[in-house]
Design a protein around this ligand. Structure first.
Ligand SMILES: [Zn+2]
Length: 106
C-alpha cells in the first residue's frame, strides 16, 4: 500500500476515492475520524488516500492529476436551499449539508 495524495478534507478525499473506484483502482482513506477506530492515530489531521496495489500507484497518480486538472465548470455558483451556502458550479451537491443542487437532475 502506497500513499497517493493528501487531501485538504474528508470530502475531497472521498471524491477522489470514488473517482479511482470508477477507474478500477482500489484505495483507502486514512487519517480521518473513521480510521481512528483502528487504534493508530495518524501524525497529521489531513486525510490521505492510499493505493492498495503498489503497481497501480503510477496510474493512480496520473488519474489524480487529470482529476484535479479538469477545466473549470462553466456556470454560476448556486446557493444551497437548506443551509444557504454558496456552492461552486462544479458541485452537484452542497458540500456543507449534502443537499442536491439545481443541476442534480441533468
Ligand atoms: Zn447546504
Amino acid at each position: 500500500m502506497l500513499e497517493l495524495y493528501q487531501a485538504v478534507d474528508r470530502v475531497e478525499a472521498q471524491m477522489l476515492k470514488d473517482y479511482l473506484d470508477q477507474q478500477g483502482i482500489a484505495s483507502v482513506i486514512l487519517g480521518d475520524l473513521l480510521s481512528g477506530a483502528a487504534g493508530k492515530l495518524p501524525a497529521n489531521i489531513y486525510p490521505t488516500l492510499w493505493v492498495l496495489e503498489d503497481g497501480e500507484l503510477v496510474r493512480a497518480k496520473r488519474l489524480t492529476e487529470q482529476y484535479f486538472c479538469k477545466p473549470p465548470v462553466a456556470g454560476e455558483p448556486w446557493q444551497c436551499a437548506v443551509c444557504g451556502e454558496s456552492i461552486d458550479p462544479g458541485f452537484d451537491i452542497c458540500w456543507n449539508c449534502a443537499t442536491p443542487g439545481p443541476n442534480d437532475n441533468e
